[in-house]
Write a protein that binds this ligand. Structure first.
Ligand SMILES: Cc1cc2nc3c(=O)[nH]c(=O)nc-3n(C[C@H](O)[C@H](O)[C@H](O)COP(=O)(O)OP(=O)(O)OC[C@H]3O[C@@H](n4cnc5c(N)ncnc54)[C@H](O)[C@@H]3O)c2cc1C
Length: 557
């Protein structure tokens, strides 16, 4: 039995994801009576499903690894890639305050982070970009301390076979199968670690799971009550100030008043078809997102009803995605590894397939807008590629499951011409595309789209492939085509906030008592994605800053 909802507290936080849990912890640590209200029966939201990468330049884990750089460099980088879409003061505040947020999490939770070696910024060649990366991920942790609360961890995106605990850094090596010695050695280490955990009765978690578990433990230790199955339906406004929330809980409506204010951390609207159809490029679907099923935009709608301005609603944390029968698979390594291309309905390549995932989907939609079908697009690979690399959870050489064929996700043919017929593209065009691409692979230069030139492209590439580790000929039958749709990790448009995470009206004035962080707010990254972890980094940072503002701004006292 959960305790009854309070009538009134200092701070109401909505949503138990990365932004909400950090905000609630920070508010409590500043001495404010705080309650966290969560719509689902789980904690963690999309944050728990994620890779747990955090892009916060200059943080302690980067310093420990000798990878911290001057804040001016990151600011220059955000100036270059985000630009004036987002006010400079907000971008700079993120860079200036982020490391402090990481220290706060270290001091108040069991979470520890480590550098993800060489996971480059997504635009490393831009001014201030960093080839060695600025991304950190949680150190795997034994979550036994959470007891029964562990059952409330948000359902996983994918589960590694036999509950193996794999970090982002491990995944890069394993994705190469037996192509390098590091792949099998990493697998052996991962399996041994699992065995030791079983023997010692440990409950190990990594990536976003570890991130969510660590924050949840911080809340337990700080005595912040979390009320599950409590959904925000509206904000209570008196004299122009947000003074509480209206929620549905156990089938009844209640009001929880907030003496100081409300922080929204309720995620994006990726699972709301109506909003997707209203704001996002078409075609769209709620079945292509890997974001939490509970992120239906309740916070965004409540903010709009309270008079908030919105921005970036047409954008998302996009990524080329394979619509598997079991659910969407967000492609990380698959489209970057050599021996694969992506073609449109004309049978032609239309982008550097290995480019950062947000920009890759921008290209898909731009192509679609020209009248040539790009949704779905098709990834074309051959048997050699299949024999070498992991693919959407399958081991090298493992045949595609029959249901993938039945579902229309994958097609197979003995020749490229036959494959073209299977995916309804002109055979000559596909043959010519592959012939041209194979010539690029031989010369090492992708004259059309420059694949493999950026350090980012090379992160998931094959060092044994020469001269360009991102390019290999596609010429060993049978050939396969795998369906690609414009999926996402969640939406990135929402309520406009300032550098203190205060929600703003269209005229730029502040809505007193209302704050937002994470995907309910319009992204500090604008239309782009700085590097691995550039959605969770801002969610944690602005959640923390919202709590700070509530605690220190005299207007809220
Ligand atoms: C597979 C996958 C991998 C990813 N990997 C990374 C990565 O490595 N690095 C990175 O930076 N980003 C990554 N992302 C994206 C990242 O997870 C999200 O952008 C980020 O976690 C969003 O955080 P949030 O706190 O805004 O939302 P969430 O973590 O989704 O939390 C929102 C919470 O609010 C609750 N909620 C929703 N509506 C209501 C309501 N009306 N009332 C009450 N509660 C409500 C939800 O149930 C949820 O618990 C990944 C995402 C996915 C799906």
């Amino acid at each position: 039995m959960s305790s009854p909802l309070p009538d009134e507290v200092d701070v109401v936080v909505v949503g138990a994801g990365g932004a909400g849990m950090t905000a609630a912890l920070a508010a409590r640590k500043r001495g404010l009576e705080t309650v966290l209200l969560e719509k689902s029966a789980y904690f963690g939201g999309s944050t728990a499903r994620s890779g747990g990468g955090v892009w916060i330049p200059g943080n302690y884990a980067l310093s420990e690894a000798g990878q911290a750089d001057a804040p001016e460099e990151s600011k220059r980088y955000l100036d270059a890639i985000v630009g004036e879409v987002v006010p400079k003061v907000r971008r700079d505040t993120y860079v200036d305050r982020g490391p402090e947020v990481m220290d706060f999490i270290k001091s108040n939770t069991p979470l520890r982070f480590a550098w993800v070696p060489e996971y480059a910024d997504y635009h490393p060649e831009q001014p201030g970009g960093r080839v060695l990366g600025r991304s950190v991920e949680p150190v795997p942790m034994n979550a036994k301390f959470l007891g029964e609360e562990l059952d409330r961890l948000h359902p996983q995106y994918t589960k590694a076979p036999a509950n193996l605990i794999v970090t982002q850094a491990d995944f890069r090596k394993i994705s190469l199968g037996l192509r390098t010695l590091r792949g099998p050695l990493t697998m052996v280490r991962v399996m041994l670690t699992r065995l030791i955990s079983i023997v010692l009765g440990r409950r190990m978690y990594a990536m976003g799971n570890a991130l969510a578990i660590g924050l949840r433990k911080g809340l337990i230790d700080a005595d912040v009550p979390v009320h599950y199955e409590t959904e925000l339906s509206d904000l209570v406004i008196e004299d122009g100030r947000v003074v509480g929330v209206r929620v549905t809980h156990g089938g009844t409506e209640s009001v929880v008043r907030a003496r100081r204010g409300v922080i929204l951390g309720s995620g994006g609207f990726e699972r709301n078809l109506e909003l997707r159809e209203k704001y996002q490029p078409q075609p769209t679907s709620i079945d292509w997102t890997t974001g939490s099923e509970f992120n239906t935009g309740g916070g965004v709608l409540a903010g709009i009803a309270a008079g908030a301005a919105t921005d970036l609603l047409d954008d998302a944390w996009w990524g080329p995605t394979i619509p598997l029968p079991s659910g969407p698979w967000f492609c990380l390594a698959e489209r970057n590894l050599p021996g694969s291309i992506i073609v449109n309905a004309a049978g032609q390549r239309f982008m550097n397939e290995a480019q950062p995932y947000v920009e890759a989907v921008h290209e898909i939609y731009q192509g679609e807008a020209t009248g040539v079908r790009h949704v779905p697009a098709w990834m074309v690979i051959d048997q050699r590629y299949r024999n070498r690399y992991l693919f959407a959870g399958l081991s090298p050489r493992q045949p595609f499951p029959g249901r993938w064929y039945k579902h229309g996700t994958v097609k197979k043919a003995a020749t490229l011409a036959e494959l073209a017929a299977e995916i309804d593209v002109p055979a000559e065009a596909l043959e010519e595309t592959v012939r041209r691409f194979n010539a690029f692979a031989a010369s090492g230069t992708d004259q059309d789209f420059h694949r493999g030139e950026s350090a980012y492209d090379k992160y998931y590439s094959d060092p044994r492939v020469k001269p360009n580790p991102s390019l290999h000929a596609i010429d060993q039958a049978p050939f396969y085509a795998v369906k690609i749709v414009p999926g996402d990790l969640g939406t990135k448009g929402g309520l406009v906030t300032d550098e203190r995470a205060r929600v703003l009206r269209p005229d730029g004035s502040v809505i007193p008592g209302l704050y937002a962080a994470g995907n309910v707010s319009s992204a500090v990254m604008g239309h782009t994605y700085a590097g691995p972890g550039a959605t969770i980094g801002p969610a944690l940072t602005f959640g923390y800053l919202a709590a700070e503002d509530l605690a220190t701004d005299q207007e809220n006292a």
